[in-house]
Design a protein around this ligand. Structure first.
Ligand code: FAS
Ligand code: PHB
Length: 389
């Protein structure tokens, strides 16, 4: 089999890149390790930046998002002294869209099927070969057979645990990492969301987040120690802890109910440089991970897709191979800005095990500035709605 761009990974970044390349007349093949049902069973991001929404519109995949997505003009932050709102629309003239990653991925699969895309599910033992030559290829196993896919370029969209990043020799790449000493216990429930907009809570017992997927589907998180196991958290224990951490005016009226998904996600900041090696280009979680506090993970994958799409179109359609050299540097500038914001939001809103009284006072002073200073709110709003591509 042969294609122009082999895409490893059928998550949001792989599918969005495939959709946009195919619409530009460039052929792709997507190799996904898991079944489609498995990919669509994962509950992940919930907030889309304007840039990602625009890219979905460019890909012709935005119809359901426009219909079912919720536009949020601001977000709430809750502290020991009460709750305040940062109005994105007022501060920077932009909003975000609350629409789940699962829905985005579903919409992308449907659009790819409509274009007749080649997506190979349950592709095992994917391996990348000759990526530093002008004739790279990929091998994989499917139904007991070994297959070879010849291509011109490879996009590694296979997430943090994928095969693409390790294909770059360890001595040729640098990893930057911070692992946070806590995780997020997340719950999805068929309940009315606790509030119209998100609530990020800084509480002495730990961070909490009240989010949603629709008017009848709520998504909540509480910070938990890394040693916690999801089995030790009953639904009731979760609701009790969430209520302790949210403002009284919210927790006293919120609807609770059985969880339909419950999991603990670790938090880390991670960047791999470079993002390209020969004709292999890393995209999304394959190259970087952010703590979800700033709602940047999925959105960074989208800006990577935008930069790589432009570079591949220039190289393939305009015969400008030099454009590909700019992919990594361009993507990394925006990635590091989002890394900083996600680190800042995480450090501001969580309780660290070794936190001193001084650290606590600094958090409170930072939150007070965010509550009372227009310039602080403009900076936060600019980062949260998404910096320009
Ligand atoms: P993905 O990991 O989504 O997709 C990679 C795909 O590659 C997967 O389908 C995988 O099966 C496949 N794959 C892996 N190895 C392969 C191989 N060897 N061969 C073939 N295929 C292979 N972001 C937010 O903004 N907000 C959140 O609340 C949030 N919550 C998260 C919770 C969890 C538990 C996790 C893990 C991430 C969360 N994220 C969140 C980040 C997440 O949304 C990612 O940023 C987003 O999925 C990135 O998309 P991809 O780069 O496509 O990677
Ligand atoms: C979510 O709805 O899952 C969500 C929203 C905002 C975040 C993280 C997660 O910062």
């Amino acid at each position: 089999m042969r294609t122009q761009v082999a895409i490893i990974g059928g998550g949001p970044s792989g599918l969005l890149l495939s959709q946009l390349l195919m619409k530009a007349g460039i052929s792709t093949v997507v190799l996904e390790r898991k079944s489609r049902d498995y990919v669509l069973s994962r509950i992940r991001a919930g907030v889309l930046e304007q840039g990602m929404a625009d890219l979905l519109r460019e890909a012709g995949v935005a119809e359901r998002m426009e219909r079912e997505g919720h536009v949020h003009d601001g977000t709430n932050l809750s502290t020991a002294h009460g709750m305040f709102r940062v109005n994105f629309k007022e501060r920077v003239g932009k909003s975000v869209i609350v629409y789940g990653q699962t829905e985005v991925t579903q919409d992308l699969y449907e659009a790819q099927d409509a274009l007749g895309a080649t997506i190979v599910h349950e592709a095992d033992n994917v391996a990348l070969h000759d990526v530093t030559t002008d004739k790279p290829y990929v091998t994989y196993e499917k139904d007991g057979q070994t297959h070879r896919l010849d291509c011109d370029y490879i996009a590694g969209c296979d997430g943090f645990h994928g095969v693409s990043r390790p294909t770059i020799p360890a001595e040729k790449r640098q990893e930057f990492e911070r692992v946070y000493p806590f995780g997020w216990l997340g719950i999805l429930s068929r309940t009315k969301p606790a509030a119209e907009e998100l609530i990020y809570a800084n509480h002495p017992r730990g961070f909490a987040l009240a989010s949603m997927r629709s008017d009848t589907l709520s998504r909540y998180y509480v910070q938990v120690p890394l040693t916690d196991k999801v089995e030790q958290w009953s639904d009731q224990a979760f609701w009790d802890e969430l209520r302790r951490r949210l403002p009284d005016e919210v927790s006293q009226t919120m609807e609770t109910g059985p969880s339909i998904e419950k999991s603990i996600a670790p938090l880390r900041s991670f960047v791999n440089e470079p993002m390209q090696w020969g004709r292999l280009f890393l995209v999304g979680d394959a190259a970087h991970i952010v703590p979800p506090t700033g709602a940047k993970g999925l959105n960074l994958a989208a800006s990577d897709v935008h930069y790589l799409l432009e570079a591949l179109k220039a190289a393939i359609l305009d015969k400008d191979a030099g454009a590909l050299d700019q992919y990594g540097p361009r993507a990394l500038t925006r990635i590091w800005a989002a890394m900083r914001f996600s680190w800042w939001m995480t450090t501001l809103m969580h309780r660290f095990p070794d936190q001193t009284d001084f650290d606590q006072k600094i958090q409170e002073a930072e939150l007070h500035q965010l509550e009372t200073m227009e310039s602080a709110q403009i900076t936060m709003a600019r980062n949260y709605v998404g910096l320009p591509y």
